[in-house]
Design a protein around this ligand. Structure first.
Ligand SMILES: CC(=O)N[C@H]1[C@@H](OP(=O)(O)OP(=O)(O)OC[C@H]2O[C@@H](n3ccc(=O)[nH]c3=O)[C@H](O)[C@@H]2O)O[C@H](CO)[C@@H](O)[C@@H]1O
Ligand SMILES: C=C(OP(=O)(O)O)C(=O)O
Length: 426
C-alpha cells in the first residue's frame, strides 16, 4: 500500500494514543507461560500484532478476539516449539517466543527474526541470558535452544537490550531458584511485561530499575491485563502538531513516561500542557532551538530508558527541520536509522549527515512534496510528518512498515484534518 499526502494543513482536534506495540508483543508471547486463559486489553490493531497472534496460534494457542483491542488467549495445549519461519522472519519480536517456549516446553526452535532494517541487531545478549540459566544454544541457520531444566542465576547482561531482558524474564519466572538480572532494560514495555507476569503469580522485584530479582515459581495463572499507551505514538503526534502549526489534544498520553521526551522537545522550543492523562499541544508556538549554556549547539541523543528513546530520533530529525536554529541529532544505537535523511534533504531540509549516527539539522526549511519509500516504522512515520508539513503532494511507498506500528493512522490523522489517501501499491 502507499499513502498519497497533500501537505500544508494544520492538524487540529483530539486523538487517543493506542497501546504500546513493544509491550503488546512480549505480553502476547508471555501467554505461553500459563495453561489458563489470559485476557489482554489495549492491544493495538497493527501488523506486528497480527503476525504475533498468528504465530502463537500456530504454536497451539486459541486466540479469541473480544473487541478491536482485546483478546483472550489460551494455551492449554502447545502443539509445537518451532516457530513458522515465514512468519517469524517478518518481525523482530518473534525472538520473544524463545524465552516462554523454553520455560514451558524445554525447547525453542526459531529462525533469525526480522523487523526494522535499521542496522545490525545483535542477539548475543539473549543467548548469554539463556546459557546462564542452563540452556544449550545451537546455531545452524536456525536457533535451537534447549534445557532439561532452567536454574536461576546471577546474570549480568552485556547490554541493556530490551528484548533480551524480556526473554530472560520470561525464562526465569518458571526457573528453579532465584535469578538476578543486572544491567536489565527498564523501558515502560519491560515494566508492563513484569507487571503482567506479577499478576499471573510471578515473583519479580526491582520492576522499573536495572536490577530485577526473580524468584522462580512452579506455575503461573490467568490474568486480565491492560497494556500501557504507546509513548512513541504520543511523541510522534506531538511533533506532528508542532510542525503543521496545529493544535492537538492527546488522550491516554501517560505523561509520566514523557519526562525525557519533554526535555528533548523543549530544546526545540516545543511545549505542551498536561491535565491528568491528557496533554494538549497548543498553537501558536515559537519553534526555536534553545541553545545550551553559553550559546552552544544542543543535541538530542538516545540512551536506554530513562534516556531519550532511540525510536523517536527519526521523528525529532524531521521536527528539527521546521525549527529555527541548529541542533545535533545523535542516534547511538542503530547504524542505519539516519540514512533516510537523504530523502528529507531532497525535500529541501538543511541537514548534514556527519556519519551514520549523527545529523546536524539547521532550520527552518520549507519542505517540498516528494516521492518516498518508507524504510522502517519510525522513518516511515517521520516521512508522513514531513509530507504533512511540506508544500504540495507526496507519495509514500511501502507503508506496510508504518502500519507495523501505528493503528489506523490514515483514518485517525484524516479526522484531525490531514489529507491522506491510502492506495494500493502499483
Ligand atoms: C520489539 C521491540 O521491543 N523493539 C525495540 C527494542 O528492540 P531490541 O530489543 O531489538 O533492541 P536492543 O535493546 O536489543 O538494542 C538495540 C541496539 O542498540 C544497541 N544498544 C543497546 C543498548 C545500549 O545500551 N546501547 C546500545 O548501543 C544494541 O547493540 C542493539 O544493536 O529496543 C530497541 C531499543 O530501545 C527499540 O528500538 C525497538 O523498537
Ligand atoms: C525498531 C522498532 O521495531 P522492531 O524492534 O519491532 O523492529 C520500532 O518500534 O521502532
Amino acid at each position: 500500500m502507499k499513502y498519497r499526502i497533500e501537505g500544508g494543513f494544520p492538524l487540529k482536534g483530539t486523538i487517543k494514543a493506542k497501546g504500546n506495540k513493544n509491550a503488546a508483543l512480549p505480553c502476547i508471547a508471555a501467554c505461553l507461560l500459563t495453561d489458563e486463559p489470559v485476557i489482554l486489553r489495549n492491544i493495538p490493531n497493527i501488523q506486528d500484532v497480527k503476525v504475533t497472534l498468528s504465530i502463537i496460534q500456530d504454536l497451539g494457542a486459541n486466540v479469541e478476539k473480544i473487541d478491536n483491542n482485546t483478546y483472550k488467549i489460551t494455551t492449554s495445549d502447545i502443539k509445537s516449539s518451532e516457530l513458522p519461519p515465514e512468519k517469524a522472519k517478518l518481525i523482530r519480536a518473534s525472538i520473544l517466543f524463545a524465552g516462554p517456549l523454553l520455560a514451558r516446553t524445554g525447547k525453542a526452535i526459531l529462525p533469525p527474526p526480522g523487523g526494522d532494517v535499521i542496522g545490525r541487531r545483535r542477539l548475543d545478549t539473549h543467548f548469554l541470558a539463556f546459557s546462564e540459566l542452563g540452556a544449550r544454544v545451537e546455531i545452524d541457520g536456525v536457533f535451537r535452544i534447549s534445557a532439561n531444566k532452567l536454574v536461576g542465576e546471577d546474570i549480568f547482561l552485556d547490554e541493556a537490550s530490551v528484548t533480551a531482558t524480556e526473554n530472560a524474564i520470561m525464562a526465569a519466572v518458571l526457573a528453579e531458584g532465584t535469578t538476578v538480572l543486572r544491567n536489565a532494560a527498564s523501558e515502560p514495555h519491560v515494566q508492563d511485561l513484569c507487571n503482567m507476569l506479577s499478576n499471573m503469580g510471578a515473583k519479580i522485584s526491582g520492576i522499573g530499575s536495572n536490577i530485577l530479582t526473580i524468584e522462580g515459581v512452579k506455575k503461573l495463572r490467568s490474568t486480565d491485563f491492560s497494556i500501557g499507551s504507546d509513548y512513541m505514538e504520543v511523541g510522534s503526534f506531538i511533533g506532528l502538531a508542532a510542525v503543521t502549526r496545529g493544535e492537538i489534544t492527546i488522550e491516554n498520553a501517560s505523561p509520566q513516561h514523557l519526562r525525557m521526551i519533554k526535555l528533548a522537545y523543549s530544546k526545540l522550543g516545543i511545549h505542551w500542557e498536561q491535565e491528568e492523562n491528557t496533554i494538549r499541544v497548543p498553537s501558536p508556538q515559537q519553534l526555536r532551538v534553545i541553545p545550551d549554556l553559553g550559546g552552544m549547539i544542543p543535541k538530542i541523543d538516545d540512551a536506554p530508558w530513562p534516556g531519550f528513546p532511540a525510536d523517536l530520533t527519526s521523528i525529532m530529525t524531521v521536527v528539527a527541520t521546521q525549527v529555527e536554529g541548529t541542533i545535533l541529532i545523535h542516534e547511538k544505537m542503530f547504524e542505519s536509522r539516519m540514512f533516510f535523511v537523504d530523502k528529507l534533504i531532497e525535500m529541501g531540509a538543511r541537514i548534514i549527515l556527519c556519519d551514520p549516527h549523527r545529523a546536524v539539522v539547521s532550520g527552518p526549511s520549507r519542505l517540498r512534496g516528494a516521492e518516498l519509500t518508507s524504510p522502517d516504522v519510525r522513518a516511515g512515520m517521520a516521512m508522513v510528518i514531513a509530507a504533512l508539513c511540506a508544500e504540495g503532494n507526496s507519495l509514500i511507498h511501502n507503508v506496510y512498515q508504518v502500519e507495523r506500528g501505528y493503528e489506523d493512522l490514515v483514518g485517525r490523522l484524516n479526522k484531525l484534518g490531514a489529507q491522506i489517501k491510502r492506495e494500493k501499491a502499483d
